[in-house]
Write a protein of this length. Sequence first.
Length: 1036
Amino acid sequence: MRREDESTMPESTSAGDPFGTSEIRRRVLAAWADAPARFREDANAEEDFALSGYRDRVVVELAQNAADAARRGNKPGRLRLRLHGRRFTAANTGAPLTPEGVESLSTLRASSKRDAGASTGRFGVGFSAVAAVSDDIVVSSTGSAVRFSQEDARHAVVSMIESCSTTKALTGLANEVHSRGGHVPALRLPFPCEPREHTGYDTEVAMLLRSEGERERIRDLLQQTGETLLVALTGLTEVVIEIDGQQRLLTRSEDANGADFATTVDGTVTLWRAVRRSGVHADALLADRPREERRHTAWTLTWATPVNEAGSVAPMPPDVEPVVYAPTPSDTALDLPAVLIGTFPLGADRRKIQPGPATDFLIAQAADAYCELLTRFEGQSVLDLVPSASLSSGSFEAALRQQLSPAIIETPFLVTHEGQRVAPSDAAILDLGTGEGAAPLADMLAPIVSGLLPGSWTPRFPALRTLGIRRLGLADVADILAGRQNSPVWWGQLYAAIRASTGHGSDLGELGALPVPLADGRLVQGARTALLPPPEWDGTKQRGHLNPDALAPLGLRVIHPDAADPLLERLGAAPVTAASALTDPRAEAAVRGSLESDDPQAISDAVLMLVEASGITTADVSWLSELALRDDEDDFSAAAELVIPGAPIQGVLYDDAPLGTVHDSVVERYGTEPLRAVGALWAFTIMRAENVEIGHDLDATFDGLIDGLDAWGKEVLHRLGDPAVPPMIAELVCVADLDLVADDRWPHALAMLEDPAVRAAVTTPCRVLTETGETIDVPSYSAWWLRMNARVSGELMSSFRTADADPALQSLYAEIPSSVDPGLARAIGVRRNLQQILTEPGGPEDLLGRLGDPEKPVERDGLRTVWRELAGLDADLVTPPDRTRAVRGNQIVVAHANEILILDQPELLPLVAGQPLIIVPAPLAADLADVLDIALASEEVEGRVTSTGSQRDVPPGVREFIIGAASAYWYHTPLTVNDVEVEWFTAGGNLHASTDDGLARALCWTAGQWERRHLVAAALREPAKAAQLLAESEME
């Protein structure tokens, strides 16, 4: 049973036949009867269109027919799409249905619109889409109607077959119908019927949907229908969509709010800007198209893109499919930020654009029109229309992009900062690293840089890279401005614009060559060598005031006040202060060349003024000592070669020191402090240098003003083992002019060195950084020089010892006079202990020399201490003495080294009696022999036992005292070796002794326990006390 809203359509027999449907049916049925293959062909074609190519296009095709009808009727196109239950209707305004139209609807490959140049539909095939959803369709128009019914069509075919069943052809037709289950091509057989009511519209297509599945499909299609329909079908101005009483309204209006047209979906307005092209195809372009299509020579195409109320590009509505519209949506993808609508040649299913000359022509026209669309925009939003790169485009899009890409590059659609149109190939944009615009700088550069895009545009917009826009970084800006002559005020405005346009991400280092105008009219490259004047440049010419005239003799690069800007300081320009002016490289050059200058007085005055104001001295910059000063002969000399009248240092200089005197007028004008600061001699001067490498030409560190600096450096390297990589000194501090002190005036000079600042330069060790990162302290240069050269009472400082020196040194070195500062004395190298002497270069030789001096008495304890310490030295670092101290009997004598032996075996002592000996602990004897190059006694004396003895066992109790002691020995009465009577001796692994003491010595020496000899001797003499002696020894 059918529901009320799904009742059958009006019977065809109840109406007339204004559209001549009977004749159409007669011809079709006759053709099928004559040729069943024609029936099969029509049935297949209808199924192909309805069930495949047009399956999901029923709404679009009905809308397309409505747009064509409106255009033919020359009236606004209105369309109502209504779904109620299983009934779907499409009512439209426009030209009514005609007999020719009915024939077109029922003819799959013919159309009544073949000469309608602006029509959208083609050849009547679009109506076939209704067969995909319905078997009962009624088209009502102007009081008449035509019906396409599967049931009626099947009845007509069956009736014809039954009325002439004997005909062979009809038998074939019957078989075809039977093979299709009774299904016939209903759209080929129209029937007249009663029209449906469609108030307000000229034509209505009513369909009774085949099933609930078809209803769901139509509902989905209607819900998906949006403004794309109105964009593609320009003939429609209104579309009403009703689904079971719920209504949606879509409208289109022309020239809306400054746009080319507007679409509205349920009150939401979208403005569109469009470019349209039209024309007539040359016959050659359609030669490969079907004959019917060749007569349709007119072509049109449109590019449309959404805009906002300001006229800028707006986002594409979400329901707009990214395909080519021909003019309804095709299956040809197009991933561009605008909608392309055109009369592109389509395949039979009207889904795919067909390749060929006509398509190629239209693609070329589309590329040109797209470029025109770009020119209709201003502002950065036009970049949204620049096609982005695509790696997956189809053949159509690839062909379009191939023509579009080079065309866009040469299209003047970009508006520059000054409002002119320019092509991307001629455009440039500021990219200062921030990712943001640079409007202030663009304001300044736009008149200079042709094609400069607005500074408000962000350079990171992807389209700019796609277009290959030339990017101008800070380095490019500097290059563009190189050598450009402008007023200082203009330059100041430029710097302020750069400062306002840069930020995080900007590399100001790229502005290293930025031009900078100077106060003297010059234009220099780079701010790093320039000086910024203070906010209020002091124009006075009074002493102590910074002003252009005062600094002019130094050739400084002072920036013009009108161009001064904080940016220049960030680029390396130093503010003009007395210190920055004085340490400027050009000031240094002026000072170094002041003696050869045409006006040394002007340079001298400028520098002394800056020195007085800054407090900088030669301790900070050593080259100040080269400043030319007027001397007492009314000439000019370097400051380092002049003494200030009345200076304390005059009292310590030797008489013919190569020094002049500062002219009295200079002293009167500036006083002593500025003159001392530039190196004129007053007292001892401190000089400093940072990050000094101890290597070749160390003297150059202070321009040769420090005596012996290279020699000190070599000694430091020697101390460090002559490393392959030169070590570094973070800060080198030296006392200057020490070499000018007279030998007999050192006591006064040493008193002057007690000044705290000078004293620290002597006493503070120099810290050296090695290649391994280790820091090592070495004596300062000044301490080294004083130790090597300073004299007291005619003697070098290294000839003296401190009052608290080691006892071993007491008689070898004279005590330093008490007038010398103890701390200063220690730093200089006045002797304090053996370790100090033995570790400094030349110290061991000095000590050995004093040991060989018979005028210097030495105590035996002190001598033994000296020998022990000397034994620990590297023999390769000591020069052996010719004469030295030795012991002969109980006396300490000075003997020639060739006469001395070093006693290494105690048993040989009786054999070398009367010979000078050096006696040290046995383990040190060999090492000391290497250091002194003196023979060991065992090397020079060969002992031979010349008496006869008897073998005895060592008393058992004694072996408790000695680990590994011998078990037997040879007893002699007496024992002689080399015919000399001795108490003990060892030879050939045998022990020989004549007394208990001798046996004890022999046992302990051979067992390597020499220190136990007295204990063992006591045990041998009194065996009864052996246990007591052993217990006492264990308590030691």
